[in-house]
Design a protein around this ligand. Structure first.
Ligand code: MLT
Length: 254
């Protein structure tokens, strides 16, 4: 992967295809490689930029508190380094939180925005507490704690599950803890999204057990212009479970 140097750490990214820029932002706790089944289906139409968010994959870890807004600023620095002004963004789950933080800070740089198995809502108090508890357990026992807590809810597909388990296990404790805290402290973006004036796309499996499709329907209710692609039978990892359907929905952003 290529790398750019940011404020004391490196951000790794892959770039492929040609066309209008589309930043594909992975979720938690993964890296850019979750997009590798859909990327070949999109690279004829898009200039795909696939970062590893700070703390994941080949990007460096950052051992202090940071926010989803900081993670979004990393991506703006990446675009600046690549000479890209405006881009479309598709964020999976946590990647959607980062995409929303990007759109809030730099609306003029967003062409179109897609949330894949994600949500605009912030964490409830209970959810926040669980995140901090998980972070403490991971610090003590390692990333495996997070893998075991999440894996059953991510996908019912044995093939997808066998691919994501090793990917999750190879992430670092520092990166996992940093992201858990950033997710816990993120703002509710519903009001922002309701007034966002760029095209919004929602791609969501109706069998997602981690972030139920109701979260996407809530966005559709406050932003009727949002284009919803409901993936029947899809879980939380549609880019692995249903790459063709996911790519087709993303092509609507071209
Ligand atoms: C993700 O899949 O990116 C995260 O698990 C989402 C979350 O925990 O809110």
């Amino acid at each position: 992967m290529k790398k750019i140097a940011l404020d004391g750490f490196d951000l790794a990214y892959d770039r492929r295809g040609s066309g209008s820029p589309l930043l594909l932002i992975h979720g938690f706790p993964f890296d850019h490689s979750i997009w590798m089944d859909v990327a070949p289906l999109l690279e004829g139409e898009f200039d795909l930029i696939l970062p590893d968010l700070r703390g994941f994959g080949e990007s460096s870890t950052v051992d202090k508190f940071y926010s989803t807004a900081d993670m979004a600023r990393d991506l703006v620095s990446l675009l600046d380094a690549l000479g890209i002004g405006k881009t479309s963004l598709a964020g999976h789950s946590m990647g959607g939180y980062v995409a929303l933080a990007f759109a809030k800070q730099y609306p003029e740089r967003v062409h179109r925005l897609a949330l894949v198995a994600s949500q605009a809502a912030g964490d409830s108090l209970e959810r926040k507490e669980v995140r901090y508890k998980t972070a403490a357990e991971a610090a003590e026992k390692g990333v495996r704690v997070v893998v075991e807590a999440m894996i059953g809810k991510l996908t019912a597909s044995p093939g997808a599950r066998s691919r994501i388990r090793p990917l999750m296990e190879e992430q670092t404790v520092t990166g996992v803890i940093g992201a858990l805290k950033a997710m816990a402290e993120r703002e509710d973006s519903s009001a922002f999204l309701a007034s966002f004036n760029r095209p919004v796309f929602l791609i969501h499996g109706d069998a997602d057990e981690l972030i139920p499709i109701e979260r996407a329907l809530e966005i559709k209710a406050i932003l009727p212009s949002a284009v919803l692609s409901a993936l029947y039978g899809g879980g939380h990892m549609p880019m692995l479970e249903m790459p063709e359907e996911t790519a087709l929905a993303l092509k609507g952003m071209a």
